[in-house]
Unconditional design. Structure first.
Length: 217
């Protein structure tokens, strides 16, 4: 019985968190495509790292999959993606710039369509990897120091995971609080929203909200 229950977690038709499992599969397919297509380039190395993160952190955050809300509720919570999107606009941060090709050779229509699909595929992997990372770090907080007051504990673990998530965005860029001040503000605020979505509705809702936010980058 336990084996059957464990298997059901990872089957889209039987899993309680169908949204996350479908996004995980989409991330795997996207990662395979991008890795093979860009073998030998930095993109392939980054994609492979993200795919490994997806696998490890999905396993270590399985409790958020098991305890996820029904997909209808998850969709409602995922709609909170509008908050980070609106904040991006208010802070005058880049909007839809990731779809702009960097090379003049990509000016034809088919090349632009392919490039847009690559960007969407990458954003799918990023959403799954980062939200499973956030969920795992929230579990780490629970294992290290759990506060007695439930609401206070929820806020604390969201902030703990959020701080680590923000720091990871500066591994491949210089940590300059002055130059990146509004980006850091946006990251921190967005992370709080995504963390609360994760806690209230499950991993699928958070990953879907993250993906929708990514699409506007």
């Amino acid at each position: 019985m336990a084996e059957a229950s464990a298997v059901a977690i990872w089957q889209p038709s039987k899993s309680k968190d169908k949204i996350y499992i479908m996004m995980l599969v989409a991330a795997g397919v996207s990662g395979l495509w991008l890795s093979l297509q860009s073998a030998g380039y930095l993109l392939a190395f980054n994609v492979n790292t993200l795919m490994i993160s997806c696998m490890i952190f999905t396993l270590t955050s399985a409790n958020y999959i098991v305890n996820a809300k029904p997909w209808q509720t998850q969709i409602q919570y995922a709609a909170l993606a509008i908050i980070p999107i609106a904040l991006r606009w208010l802070l005058n941060l880049p909007f839809f710039q990731s779809y702009t090709p960097q090379h003049a050779s990509m000016l034809d229509v088919m090349a632009q369509i392919l490039f847009a699909l690559q960007v969407i595929a990458l954003w799918t992997i990023v959403a799954v990897a980062e939200e499973s990372f956030r969920a795992t770090m929230m579990n780490v907080w629970e294992g290290i120091y759990r506060l007695k007051n439930r609401q206070t504990n929820t806020i604390a673990k969201v902030m703990f995971a959020n701080a680590l998530w923000v720091l990871f965005h500066f591994i491949q860029r210089p940590f300059d609080p002055v130059a990146y001040k509004w980006y850091i503000v946006w990251l921190a605020a967005s992370g709080v929203v995504l963390g609360l979505v994760l806690e209230k509705a499950g991993l699928g809702a958070a990953a879907l909200a993250h993906f929708m936010v990514n699409l506007t980058a």
